[in-house]
Design a protein around this ligand. Structure first.
Ligand SMILES: [Zn+2]
Length: 129
């Protein structure tokens, strides 16, 4: 990823250097030989080339910022996910540690084992709570 970003900005600089080079060269040729009308075109082409290069560099920088922001959101999401997993693990461990305390109770009349959530004994019908 980093290598790709670097390559993008290097190609932007290459555009600028080539563009300026073409502009300067055509400007020199035109000054020496004013009858070379085509050199004016090359002069402006060079400037456009350099502008494209500058645009590439700016765009590359913007993409880099976007990538950093994206990574931050990903990190946030990963952290939340890990927190969720940790809470779930703690919850499961708590359940494993105290299974008898809340899940099974004995009926006061017939001593049948009932779930603590039951309102009546499943065997004799005695109210449990
Ligand atoms: Zn009972």
């Amino acid at each position: 990823m980093k290598h790709k970003e670097g390559g993008k900005s290097i190609s932007g600089w290459a555009y600028i250097i080539i563009g300026i080079g073409v502009s300067v060269y055509s400007h020199i040729v035109r000054t020496a030989n004013p009858e070379h009308g085509a050199m004016t075109l090359f002069f402006y082409l060079g400037i456009i080339f350099a502008a494209v290069g500058a645009g590439k560099i700016l765009l590359g920088r913007k993409n880099k910022e976007a990538t950093i922001a994206e990574r931050r959101v990903e990190d946030d999401y990963t952290r939340k996910l890990q927190q969720q997993q940790r809470l779930w693990r703690e919850h499961v461990q708590r359940e494993e540690r105290t299974p008898a305390q809340h899940s099974i109770i004995g009926c006061p009349k017939c001593n049948a084992r009932n779930y603590s959530t039951a309102n009546y004994c499943y065997q004799c019908g005695t109210q449990l709570r």
